[in-house]
Design a protein around this ligand. Structure first.
Ligand SMILES: *Cc1c(COP(=O)(O)O)cnc(C)c1O
Length: 222
């Protein structure tokens, strides 16, 4: 199956309210261009440097999503072009994104990463921590960011029941936060679901899925 065929198939199964992020990390620009020529405009990368290089060499109507863990000192390398940062897991990082966005006279959209997995290796905050941030005065002063929802990663397991529980927790967390809408918090997006579990994620309320290997094939890590 070609990249175009994979994309067409996935898109044919998606409800209209679900956005597909094509996760292109480690893949060459030629693969991304194949997806681009098949109509895909949203790409997700997990390394800022790699995303910036691909951004430089590809058409400018692409929306670039940062889906990996972000280090504060690297925000500046993507602030001029990134569309959505999925994995924001602390307030300091929001402040840094705000500062860098301001330099470019932009508003950068972010998602708060909520820890839903039982594994220690996964980043994220609790729903309570997220609500404390959103309600704080310091947050209300960050005029160059907009938090548009939440993101989560389920435990790496074959146990579908556990994954379902974790996705449902993210949906419940999102619904709880929704009631505290502010100028800077505009909850509309729940980013959950990857190649192995996106159908389940959609059943549990996902509005944005991040799919890599099902589109581009397995990744070879060196
Ligand atoms: C790599 C990655 C994905 C995509 O994973 P696949 O299993 O290849 O679909 C999704 N989300 C995040 C945060 C990732 O790092």
């Amino acid at each position: 199956m070609s990249i175009k065929q994979n994309l067409d198939y996935i898109k044919s199964t998606l409800p209209e309210h679900v956005t597909l992020v094509a996760v292109s990390k480690t893949k060459p620009v030629s693969d991304l261009m194949e997806a681009y020529n098949a109509g895909q405009r949203i790409f997700g990368e997990n390394k800022i440097q790699e995303m910036a290089e691909k951004h430089d060499s590809m058409p400018k109507d692409i929306e670039w999503h940062m889906i990996g863990h972000v280090q504060s000192n690297k925000v500046k390398y993507m602030a001029s072009f990134v569309s959505l940062i999925h994995g924001v897991d602390n307030f300091k990082l929001l402040q840094e994104i705000n500062k860098q966005a301001k330099k470019h006279d932009r508003i950068i959209k972010c998602l708060l990463q909520i820890k839903i997995a039982s594994e220690d290796s996964k980043f994220g905050m609790t729903g309570f921590e997220a609500s404390e941030i959103i309600k704080s005065k310091a947050f209300s002063e960050l005029k160059n960011i907009q938090v548009v929802g939440v993101m989560g990663m389920a435990t790496f397991t074959d146990d579908e029941n556990q994954i379902k529980k974790e996705f449902s927790l993210l949906k419940t967390t999102f619904d709880g936060l929704k009631s505290i809408e502010t100028c800077i918090f505009k909850p509309e997006t729940i980013s959950m679901g990857m190649s192995g579990d996106y159908a389940l994620a959609i059943d549990c309320g996902s509005t944005m899925i991040r799919v890599g290997s099902t589109i581009f094939g397995e990744r070879n890590y060196l």
